[in-house]
Design a protein around this ligand. Structure first.
Ligand code: SAH
Length: 219
């Protein structure tokens, strides 16, 4: 593990352990996912003003009208992405704070992350390089387009919600690959796992979730 886990006060290991207990109680069972979340300093992914709440199981504002995802949802989505066949190359849409990116980067070989707000992307890039996570490539752009140059991906994880599944993204999956994505109108969406089988797709619905919208075009 590359990340230094020492901390004091609000960032103490005990506070983080409490979060893990809560995730377990919520049904998260992948031990690798739980361990990575236990070790990642989530307080580094937000403004200092918010940091005292970093280990609560809640989404928090990160500026530009965006939020860092709730740890339970990060765990749930990561667990779904890792479900066998375990992916090696994963495309993430909506870098935001970079927190979900950090979790993924410790569990798969290569992460490709696309964000439309330049300021968020550069902050995330700095944080992740500070944490010495080097298996991540970033792109400023509209996630609806995916990342053609590096496609196909073993998995795609989308952390902002479109009203309908972006078909172009599905086409950047390998055969047998899966996309984990919240789909629906604002406030309430259904988390879906869509698996590609040749030209066919199977859909599985997980929890109801509330993500910020996947916006068309650039920020
Ligand atoms: N996983 C992030 C969640 C950030 S919120 C975290 O834990 O911090 C969703 C992010 O998706 C925001 O940063 C928003 O700017 C970004 N986003 C919204 N529409 C997008 C699009 N079309 N392409 C890429 N990123 C988008």
């Amino acid at each position: 593990m590359l990340i230094d886990t020492q901390g004091i006060g609000m960032t103490s290991q005990r506070t983080r352990d409490r979060l893990i207990t809560r995730l377990r109680e919520g049904g998260i069972s992948n031990e690798r996912v739980l361990e990575v979340i236990r070790l990642i300093p989530r307080h580094l992914f937000m403004d200092e003003a918010m940091a005292s709440r970093a280990y609560e199981d809640t989404a928090l504002p990160i500026g530009y009208g965006q939020t860092i995802s709730q740890p339970y949802i990060v765990a749930r989505m990561t667990e779904a992405v890792l479900h066998p066949p375990t992916p090696a190359r994963v495309l993430e849409i909506g870098t935001g704070s970079g927190y979900q990116t950090a979790v993924l980067a410790q569990l798969v070989e290569q992460v490709f992350s696309v964000e439309r707000v330049g300021a968020l992307l550069s902050q995330a890039r700095q944080r992740l390089s500070h944490l010495q996570l080097r298996n991540i490539q970033f792109r400023l752009g509209d996630g609806h387009e995916g990342w053609e140059k590096h496609a196909p991906f073993d998995a795609i994880l989308v952390t902002a919600a479109p009203e309908e599944t972006p078909v172009g993204l599905l086409q950047q999956l390998v055969e047998g690959g899966k996309m984990v994505i919240p789909v629906g109108k604002s406030q309430q969406q259904r988390l879906q796992v869509i698996t590609r089988q040749a030209q066919d797709y199977t859909y599985q619905s997980l929890d109801w979730v509330s993500f910020v919208p996947l916006v068309k075009g650039m920020g």
